[in-house]
Design a protein around this ligand. Sequence first.
Ligand SMILES: Cc1cc2nc3c(=O)[nH]c(=O)nc-3n(C[C@H](O)[C@H](O)[C@H](O)COP(=O)(O)OP(=O)(O)OC[C@H]3O[C@@H](n4cnc5c(N)ncnc54)[C@H](O)[C@@H]3O)c2cc1C
Ligand code: SF4
Length: 443
Amino acid sequence: MSRNTLTPGITAGRLAQAEYETNFADLHAPLDPHEAAVAADRCYFCHDAPCITACPTDIDIPLFIRQIATGTPEAAARTILSQNIMGGMCARVCPTETLCEEVCVREVAEGKPVLIGQLQRYATDTLMAQGTHPFTRAAATGKRVAVVGAGPAGLACAHRLAMYGHDITLYDGRDKAGGLNEFGIAAYKSVEGFAAREVDWLLQIGGITVETGQKLGRDLSLDQLRERHDAVFLGIGLGGVNALGLDGEDKDGVLDAVDFIADLRQASDLSKLPVGRDVVVIGGGMTAVDAAVQARLLGALNVSLVYRRGRDRMNASVFEQDLAASKGVRIITNAAPIAVHGNGAVREIEFEYTDDDLTPTGQTFRLGADQVFRAIGQTLTGDALPDLDGRKIAVTGPGRTSMSGIWAGGDCASGGDDLTVTAVAEGRDAAEDIHAQLAGVAG
Ligand SMILES: Cc1cc2nc3c(=O)[nH]c(=O)nc-3n(C[C@H](O)[C@H](O)[C@H](O)COP(=O)(O)OP(=O)(O)OC[C@H]3O[C@@H](n4cnc5c(N)ncnc54)[C@H](O)[C@@H]3O)c2cc1C
Ligand code: SF4
């Protein structure tokens, strides 16, 4: 019997080949030049534009939209990329509905914002399609900087420092650069190998040597890096995953959502990727939604996302919650897991209803599950790091840590909001501070 969505257990090939292609196609089709002109025409080019303030990288949004409106998308791309070198990826993954588009005056007045994200993608895609790089590297300074972690924070930091003429070595523990752009972002937000293409394009600035398979704490130490370089930037993200802390959590079929997503992102043939028939995802953030939606798109019959508080407390935005619901994911709130049942492999997971303040109610229920994904947050890993603030590296101002000569930014550093665009902003700002120190002008 051929496998389909009804086949019990964890199995690959639930769908016909064409269904995988449809399911994992681009979430938003790119705008064509006419659509871009129409969308740009809706912008009021506001003075004191609120959309700029809402952008973590402070892109001059009215300026780049005007440049699109006047038929110069390459100039628009320069405006974007001068603030945010990963403007191409951010155009695809930014939760614009809670950032620039939320405060757009046309959203406030009419409930229909200017399509800032899609216009940004139109501009950056136009420029990148030409295969050229819009910036040039300054004359070599002879200063050497180590950047650890080739995710959005590390890449943005490395690019800005390389532009100033410093020599950068970009180390990453994995075998591929890109961080969560490559291994985490939902497949339908970044199609056709865009993450890898963007890294190649960014490296065209020159002056950046990428060393993959080099993990801090295993192959490198901070002391070595400080000895060999004039400055060090840490953009190591959050490599660990929180456990549920339940009996039975080690049963077969209980997995970390980030591992499932990484396997999916690296799969060359999605029909070979196994998924359960009855999948339960535990968590309420972007990772939980992405795992749940992608499990459905791979052909899981029943996918439930269970979150311990109310919907309004979920970290996933309303857009993402709606996306999950539109793909057939059932969202259950105010329920916390209390036990994993099964003999060797998970068969059921038991929950208890909770109040919004997480007080257990004593009322329980069970969901049948052949696959369970944990998505209750990631954690910083590593020893001998600079001082922590809570569970992240403590930073002040533009990423200065407790150790002199060492900066940090992105998800691993205190104070951010765990978004791609914030990581880019923090990497860029740390690079500016490092450059000022190397040039002897910072305090
Ligand atoms: C599943 C998922 C989906 C997401 N979706 C979105 C989204 O749609 N939109 C959005 O804005 N944000 C999203 N995010 C958040 C976003 O991906 C992160 O905020 C962003 O990637 C953080 O960038 P970073 O450079 O700080 O860390 P990362 O992207 O995690 O990069 C860290 C890099 O450091 C490397 N590294 C780690 N430890 C070491 C070490 N000891 N030595 C050497 N290298 C090391 C890693 O291999 C990695 O390449 C998502 C996150 C997840 C998990
Ligand atoms: S707030 Fe909206 S209308 Fe005003 S400049 Fe920004 S995108 Fe244009």
